[in-house]
Design a binder for this molecule. Structure first.
Ligand code: HEM
Length: 250
């Protein structure tokens, strides 16, 4: 059975994706402005998000829907722990805290896990496909902006078991095939798409909360210059036609 869920998700979230790319935080990123303090707070909050997500995916690893989209090679928690040691030091656990938006995001993951676990598909899709797509370009921007030592600081975007652009591209094909093979009816597919749009909003809320830190670091004037113009959305173009800005992300 093919539900074409992969295309439906891509189509059904493209506007949300464009909005995510057009957050002030991401616009600064794309201009090469990555400030260490808000960036490490983002990593800390994503650590909390992935800890919840991966715990719930593991809990439902024999669930008829969730099991088919559970790929442990994607797990980010251990890599994020290494990033946190790098950015905060060995006592990172005492230093990190959840943003308000981070708490809401974690609560939502736990809530859907407890009430309708099939919707975890949406949360996994938004984060993992994002890390495998635009995330691969962001990794290069982060490395260069923060002048990072080799193998440090971008564990979020390192997939040790997918060591090349080709391997990532092939895996994304496999992930889309898995989405298409999920035993979901139209009603559940619609709910998954709605939840994916909500997951995008939760991601936007996290970075919005960090914008004040970015502004404080670069100053109001530069912040306004960089963020006043909107960008065309990467997933609003046809698949395979991402060459305009992000060749490496494909
Ligand atoms: C400046 C920020 C971003 C850029 C430049 C970017 C870029 C891209 C690009 C080029 C693709 C298409 C890849 C392909 O077709 O294979 C893509 C896909 C995707 N991105 Fe982003 N992205 C950004 C932010 C985000 C954020 C914040 C999220 C969510 C947290 C996200 C989630 C996704 C997802 C889920 C896909 C897969 C779409 C699909 O093919 O189904 N992206 N992104």
């Amino acid at each position: 059975m093919s539900t074409d869920l992969a295309s439906k998700l891509r189509e059904g979230t493209k506007h949300s994706h464009t909005m995510a790319e057009n957050t002030a935080f991401m616009k600064c990123f794309l201009k090469g402005i990555v400030e260490r303090e808000p960036f490490r707070k983002l990593i800390a909050n994503l650590y909390l998000v992935y800890s919840a997500l991966e715990e719930q995916l593991q809990r439902y690893c024999t669930h008829p829907v969730v099991s088919l989209i559970y790929f442990p090679i994607l797990n980010r928690k251990a890599n994020l722990e290494k990033d946190l040691v790098f950015y905060y030091g060995e006592n990172w656990r005492e230093q990190i805290s959840a943003l308000e938006a981070g708490k809401v995001y974690v609560e939502r993951i736990n809530e859907v896990a407890n009430t309708e676990p099939g919707l975890l598909v949406a949360h996994a899709y938004v984060r993992y496909m994002g890390d495998l797509s635009g995330g691969q370009s962001l990794k290069k921007i982060i490395r260069s902006a923060l002048d990072l030592p080799a193998n440090e600081g971008t564990g979020l975007h390192e997939f040790e078991q997918l060591p090349s652009v080709e391997a990532i591209r092939a895996f994304k094909g496999q992930y889309r095939d898995a989405l298409n093979a999920l035993p979901v009816d139209d009603a559940l597919a619609e709910k998954i798409i709605a939840e994916a749009n909500y997951a995008f909003a939760l991601n936007r809320d996290v970075v919005h909360e960090l914008e004040a830190d970015v502004k404080a670091a670069i100053g109001d004037h530069v912040f306004d210059l960089i963020t006043r113009q909107d960008l065309p959305g990467s997933t609003e173009r046809s698949p395979g036609n991402n060459a305009i800005r992000l060749v490496a992300a494909e």
